[in-house]
Design a protein around this ligand. Structure first.
Ligand SMILES: *Cc1c(COP(=O)(O)O)cnc(C)c1O
Length: 404
């Protein structure tokens, strides 16, 4: 008689986006004449860059010709893409990453979930609170998180690192020592970043305590300030304690196209076992490579034209971010994020809960955002707006909020 993985049964329902959907549908049914503006979107909305579309077309043509047809991609990714990444994402920032430390995948979500495969179930994880839910839920599935306390919204074996206005939305070194530390900067949902010197403290801490950092840099292209690191490997010693996860989703609009990569440096070792070898084995066994046409299209963002076109896309969203940040500030809100990230995180006014504020915005000005409490207990009393809407809608949304 087979048994299921009962860890899945421990997962609390993810009601955040379904509840939002339900509330919006109810509102629309009752108010068909009202124009709703959605600033809760965690997905890009601009089309793919022209260089990417062109390369997709030519790559498809190659697949239709015997001489240039490609079957299975190399397990770890095509060299042309890994070389472009090593050069443009790392060497250009003074970081030496060799191509056999780069593993191409179908995205950062898969990688951040799958990476747990190479770690024992008896590792204690530390996460920021609020957090991108994938880090926690995949560890629940693996049986690493203990029991869920619904009142607290917390797992018994997870170390939570609160990120609130009090610490400027940057986690503090935990009192209890974790084995695996998840960090994401620029952050989703808070939009916060930390400076290089602060990230160095995490690297030093991990090296000293024997922890590994899983660093999600999916939003690095949104960094506008100088002293904010784009890669954790800009910090001394990080190659011996950190895995970095990257994505083409937010920097090049690949959310529906699917491409990402993970860096596992060879210096990263448990005793004399290289994590790089374990991940290579895992990747080779359970993944048959991202499609050639997608990897070819991804490599197009590293051409001069590609860099310019993707930079313009990011700039479009960041103009929205600025409008939201300044609009909310003018309207008297306490706001963070939106400078190095497409997310704006605001304190709800008058001690409203995150969901009370959601209803208030929806009913009064017909704007949809995301309640902060959906990302973890320390998100209560906060609210997330995103810069992924259109410029026109973003402007109109701020006009409406200012008139509230
Ligand atoms: C959007 C996002 C990703 C990207 O995931 P993909 O699977 O590459 O689309 C990764 N991490 C965070 C925190 C995100 O918000």
């Amino acid at each position: 008689m087979y048994k299921i993985n009962e860890n899945y049964l421990k997962l609390p329902g993810s009601y955040l986006f379904s509840t939002i959907g339900k509330k919006v549908a109810e509102f629309t049914a009752a108010n068909p004449d009202k124009k709703i503006i959605r600033l809760g979107i965690g997905d890009v909305t601009l089309p793919l860059a022209p260089v990417v579309v062109d390369r997709l077309h030519t790559a498809v043509d190659e697949m239709g010709v015997k001489d240039t047809f490609k079957g299975y991609a190399p397990d770890l990714g095509y060299d042309f893409l890994r070389e472009a990444i090593a050069l443009h994402d790392f060497k250009a920032r003074g970081v030496d990453i060799s191509i056999d430390e780069i593993f191409i995948s179908d995205g950062a979500k898969s990688d951040s979930g799958n990476i747990g495969d190479i770690f024992d179930v008896d590792n204690k994880i530390a996460v920021c609170d609020p957090v991108y839910p994938v880090y926690v839920d995949t560890n629940v599935m693996a049986g690493r998180t203990g029991e869920y306390n619904a009142d607290l919204g917390k797992w018994s074996k997870v170390i939570y690192m609160p990120c609130t206005a009090e610490n400027n939305f940057a986690p503090e070194l935990p009192k209890e020592t974790p084995d695996i530390i998840y960090l994401c900067f620029p952050n989703n949902p808070t939009g916060s970043t930390i400076k290089k010197a602060e990230l160095q403290k995490w690297v030093d801490y991990a090296l000293k305590s024997g922890a590994v950092i899983i660093y999600d840099a999916a939003y690095e292209a949104y960094i506008t300030e100088d002293d904010v690191p784009h890669s954790i490997y800009e910090c001394d010693g990080a190659k011996a304690c950190a895995i970095e996860i990257r994505s083409f989703s937010k920097n090049a609009g690949f959310t529906g196209t699917r491409l990402g990569f993970t860096v596992v440096p060879k210096e990263l070792k448990s005793g004399d076992i290289m994590l790089n070898s374990l991940w290579a084995r895992r990747h080779g066994t359970k993944f048959n490579g991202a499609p050639y046409i997608i990897q070819a299209a991804g490599s197009a963002i590293y051409t001069e034209e590609g860099k310019k076109q993707t930079k313009d896309m990011v700039a479009y969203y960041m103009q929205n971010a600025k409008i939201i940040r300044e609009g909310l500030t003018d309207a008297g809100y306490l706001v963070s994020g939106g400078v190095n990230a497409p997310y704006i995180w605001l304190k709800t006014p008058d001690k409203m809960t995150s969901w009370e504020f959601f209803d208030y915005l929806l009913n009064e000005v017909n704007i949809v955002g995301t309640p902060g409490s959906g990302f973890g207990p320390s998100g209560e009393g906060y609210f997330r707006l995103t810069a992924f809407g259109t410029y026109e809608n973003t402007l109109e949304a701020m006009d409406r909020i200012k008139k509230l």
